[in-house]
Design a binder for this molecule. Structure first.
Ligand SMILES: Nc1ncnc2c1ncn2[C@@H]1O[C@H](COP(=O)(O)OP(=O)(O)OP(=O)(O)O)[C@@H](O)[C@H]1O
Ligand SMILES: [Mg+2]
Length: 597
């Protein structure tokens, strides 16, 4: 009897997914699951017991009218119901708990994995898509897992016992009845497959919607300044339409599965009444056996129906699971080599030797670059936009790995040392400043977790940020808002510098923001930077003339190679590329020129 199997279309990937969910998700809760299964089986047996009791009820009480059976049979019926209710409760509570735990574990695991993934992963996957995995897909899985767990097992075991009772009462009639059921398998399996396709599509679009929304909201000033509200509205509007189409399609698929079952149920009952009735009339079976049979059939109807609709929900959940597993299976490429030693920084010399690098596997961004940064010195990288300056900085903390060549810190290849030690020795102030929606104190403390309030304040003072911080209404406890929007550009920069200051790492990477600061902020940021750079190996991508002029060494980058090196005076004297760049980029910069340390 294929009844308990008919709910799932048994294609390979479904089984693989289910097995994986069970293996990776439910194993820790095996005890609860076993207990729930016991409840399930006992409850299902009680249910079938009730159907079987209909036989003596009809024959002894109604046909033979024997009064001594009245009370015992009544109590027996009550007993089966009491047992069934207790078991259903136990099972539902246990399995909801397991289902919710499985999903919560999955969510934590997914986030932990995301945190391990490379920077490149986040470049090639939109934020919306990633967020969608964490939220939409997980809740879809929650629905399916808890539904599947609480529903499927109970319904399936009920069916097994009820069908058993039917065969026990009248096997010929049972065979007739179940002749119709195989017919149900085909349309239902087909509906399940369609459901999965629809939800796959839906999730993809939902991810896109999240991305669109996020961009429109984050970029609201650009949208307004360029009068692009209608464009954004149309973009989001058409996506919303597509989504409603897809959701409607899913609703239709779901709606179709229930009437199909209803109709099949009607056909089965008709067959039973016609054939079974003729057998009772012909004296081949008793009315009691017949009613017992029909009770079991009626009781079987509900679990069968919910198993049918379960498939569609399950498919939606499995599609979500497949997408979630796809993220979980994306391996972090950049990992510690086994037995990697800790990085030891003595002088802090940094060297790039014959480094080739490409982001996309085809276009070379760094083209055999050789570059030396003497320990404790400040080296400026200058060059046209897109020359590869930020890329050089990305290679040091191993946000990306070189395609060829070596990045060495005091003679140790960054790929040979542990990433934790490597990153603990490098402080980075990047081109785009990231602040978290948290207090100023917490944002600075990001530089060194667990730093004391005094240490945070010292860092803020050195970064010329203390004064503006204490003038804020809540001082260090002021929440900076999403991406630090409540602060000015210069204030954000100084917080980022304070964060790096607190980290107190021997190697400092500065991707100076191009954002034009007013002269006063500029001066304050410069003071902060001078403090920060003192005594550290500093690689700075210079957009400020003063930084360039005061650097110990300047490397000029062009299309992924170093084309000139030397200090400011030497390079100006050479009258080469740098001299020209200087004339174009910096010459009209008025004040900051000679304000060196
Ligand atoms: N994540 C990425 N994926 C693919 N290509 C990238 C990525 N980041 C940068 N690039 C490409 O690499 C090249 C070098 O970029 P990089 O950011 O290093 O330039 P830059 O010298 O820092 O420029 P800028 O002065 O404008 O900041 C550019 O042509 C850019 O298009
Ligand atoms: Mg850059």
């Amino acid at each position: 009897m294929p009844l308990s199997k008919q709910k799932i279309s048994f294609d390979h990937s479904t089984m693989v997914l289910v097995r994986r969910l069970v293996r990776e998700g439910m194993r820790p809760y095996l005890g609860k699951v076993v207990l729930a299964v016991v409840c399930m089986v006992v409850g299902a047996a009680a249910n079938a017991g009730y159907a079987l009791l209909m036989d003596p009820v009809v024959n002894k009480i109604f046909t033979e009218r024997q009064p001594e059976f009245l009370l015992p049979l009544g109590l027996a019926v009550l007993g089966t119901f009491a047992l069934k209710s207790a078991c259903n409760y136990g099972e539902a509570v246990l399995l909801s708990k397991v289902g919710l735990r499985v999903i919560a574990d999955m969510q934590s695991r997914l986030f932990a994995h995301l945190m391990r993934l490379d920077v490149a992963f986040f470049h090639s996957n939109s934020t919306g898509r990633i967020l969608s995995r964490m939220t939409n897909d997980i809740s879809q899985m929650r629905f399916a897992v808890s539904d599947a767990l609480t529903g499927a097992g109970k319904d399936a075991s009920s069916l097994v016992f009820l069908v058993g009772a039917m065969f026990y009462q009248d096997w010929r009639l049972s065979l007739w009845t179940f002749f119709v059921f195989p017919l149900a398998i085909l349309p239902i399996a087909k509906l399940g497959r369609r459901m999965r396709k629809v939800t796959d599509n839906t999730q993809e679009h939902l991810g896109q919607l999240t991305t669109y929304l996020e961009q429109a909201i984050q970029g609201i000033r650009v949208v307004k300044a360029y009068g692009m509200e209608n464009y954004e509205k149309a973009k989001v509007g058409s996506l919303v339409e597509t989504l409603q189409d897809l959701t409607y399609k899913a609703a239709r698929v779901r709606a179709a599965s229930s009437p199909i079952m209803e109709l099949l149920g009607g056909v089965a009952i008709t067959v039973v009444i016609l054939y079974g009735g003729s057998r009772v009339i012909g004296g081949e079976t008793t009315p009691g056996a017949f009613f017992s049979f029909i009770t079991a059939l009626m009781l079987a109807y509900r679990p069968l129906k919910s198993l049918a609709s379960l498939n569609t929900n399950l498919q939606a959940g499995l599609a979500a699971a497949a997408r979630t597993f796809a993220v979980l299976d994306a391996p972090p490429v950049i990992q510690d080599r086994s037995g990697a030693a800790d990085l030891v920084v003595l002088e802090g010399n940094v060297r790039l030797e014959g480094v080739f690098f490409t982001y996309d596997g085809s276009r070379s961004v760094l083209d055999g670059i050789d570059l030396a940064v003497p320990g404790g010195k400040t080296v400026a990288l200058v060059g046209a936009s897109g020359a590869g300056k930020s890329t050089v900085l990305n290679l040091l903390p191993r946000f990306y790995d070189v395609t060829d060549g070596h990045v060495l810190i005091d003679g140790q290849d960054v790929r040979d040392v542990s990433m934790a030690s490597l990153r603990s020795k490098i402080a980075l102030v990047s081109q785009e400043i990231t602040l978290f929606d948290d207090t100023i104190r917490a944002n600075i403390a990001y530089g060194r977790f667990g730093a004391s309030d005094e240490e945070i304040e010292t860092a803020a003072r050195l970064a010329a940020a203390h004064d503006f911080i204490v003038s804020l209404p809540e001082g260090y406890a002021t929440v900076v808002g999403e991406r630090g929007l409540n602060l000015s550009g210069g204030q954000r920069q100084r917080l980022a510098i304070a964060r790096a200051m607190l980290k107190n790492a021997p190697i400092l990477l500065l991707d100076e923001a191009t954002s034009a600061l007013d002269t006063e902020s500029e001066r304050q940021v410069q003071v902060a930077l001078d403090h920060l750079m003192k005594g550290r190996t500093t690689i700075v991508i210079a957009h400020r003339l003063s930084t360039v002029v005061n650097a110990d060494l300047i490397h000029v980058l062009d299309r992924g190679r170093v084309i000139e090196s030397g200090d400011h005076a030497t390079l100006i004297a050479q009258d080469g590329i740098y001299a020209r760049l200087y004339a174009m980029q910096f010459a009209d910069e008025p004040v900051a020129a000679a304000s060196g340390p």
